[in-house]
Design a binder for this molecule. Structure first.
Ligand SMILES: CC(C)(COP(=O)(O)OP(=O)(O)OC[C@H]1O[C@@H](n2cnc3c(N)ncnc32)[C@H](O)[C@@H]1OP(=O)(O)O)[C@@H](O)C(=O)NCCC(=O)NCCS
Length: 302
């Protein structure tokens, strides 16, 4: 499906499943990527706008996604132009002439790399908070789990109860997009998804891990928990089968979250990429202290 064509031959069309491999390879050069884009593409109908590919002279040269995550809120990422084609207005046309119309008056959240802050402000984006990607060995911590805490496979818990808990932590409640997304996210091959239940059987934590497309890397997110001890317990069990000497875990936190900062300090993780959460068309107030790691800075930064 072609969205727009320009006289110089630049075309913006819908991203297809096989394009995702190219986009993931571009992003894989910055940090390990997993199957996030494949999952996102599978969650929306083929005619859903929001997945963009720019083509020039028969080559795929640019990408971006702007996808609804809940009522009135979109998440944007994968804004990229291949290095040799930068500075020719491909990025601007894809983003400002095609993708912007799709977002309309809805709130758009992005995690911008530092050097694009001024350009985004020029386009009307406002600053939210800092988001930091951390990495490190899956360190074992000798800590007692909170009394009465039970950790279960997510598949052993009623999905509706998991969604109820997710509603408290996610940017907006009862999102059909989120529901469809989590169903697939919990089933990623080679991944793990756990819930934490208190002594009354209430869900008080959710943690997921997925393998990177290449190398001994594992991405963690979402990691939602009632408190720091619950988050630590979830992450210890999520990573218990990984090799401390060979494997690397990656997770992104919201910098204002002091408990999440304490968690990465306890785990001796290193900061890798610093980003800025920016908003267009308003602030959805998505910062929640239960969010110890964002779902994915590639497709769903909540
Ligand atoms: C950002 C990027 C997509 C822009 O694509 P592009 O085709 O080179 O950009 P254009 O020529 O269409 O210019 C678009 C705007 O970006 C600005 N811009 C481009 N590169 C920039 C940079 N490195 N720093 C600051 N501003 C930049 C231009 O000044 C222009 O602003 P204007 O519309 O107000 O005139 C491209 O540089 C890129 O892929 N960068 C690496 C990946 C990245 O950082 N992605 C964004 C993650 S948030």
């Amino acid at each position: 499906m072609i969205y727009q064509e320009w006289e110089d031959g630049f075309v913006v069309r819908r991203m297809r499943a096989d394009d995702a491999k190219i986009v993931q390879r571009w992003y894989g050069a910055l940090n390990p990527t997993a199957c996030d884009l494949d999952i996102a593409l599978a969650c929306y109908p083929a005619e859903e706008k929001g997945f963009y590919i720019g083509e020039y002279q028969g080559e795929i040269v640019a990408s971006a996604i702007r996808i609804p995550v809940c009522e009135g809120v979109y998440y944007g990422s994968y804004y990229y132009v291949e290095e040799k084609w930068r500075g020719k207005g491909f990025g601007r046309r894809l983003r400002d002439e095609v993708a912007a119309a799709h977002v309309g008056n809805n709130v758009l959240c992005i995690d911008a790399h530092d050097d694009l802050e001024t350009m985004n402000q020029r386009k009307g984006y406002t600053n939210g908070f800092k988001v930091v990607l951390y990495k490190g060995a899956p360190k074992r911590l000798l800590r007692e789990p909170p009394a009465g805490l039970m950790i279960n496979q997510v598949s052993d818990v009623d999905f509706n109860k998991v969604i109820e808990y997710d509603n408290e932590c996610f940017v907006g409640p009862n999102s059909p997009y989120r529901r469809a997304f989590l169903e697939r996210w919990f089933a990623i091959p080679g991944g793990k998804s756990l819930t934490a239940l208190d002594k009354n059987g209430q869900v008080i934590g959710l943690g997921c891990r997925r393998p990177a497309l290449e190398g001994p890397h594992h991405l963690i997110g979402p990691l939602y928990a009632k408190d720091l001890d619950t988050a630590h317990t979830l992450i210890q069990i999520l990573t218990a089968d990984l090799d401390v000497d060979k494997d690397t875990i990656w997770l992104s936190i919201c910098e204002p979250n002091e408990d999440a900062k304490q968690m990465v300090k306890d785990l001796q993780l290193q900061d890798d990429i610093h980003m800025l959460r920016m908003h267009l068309n308003g602030d959805p107030k998505e910062f929640k202290k239960q969010v110890f790691a964002l779902t994915s800075i590639d497709v769903c930064g909540f």
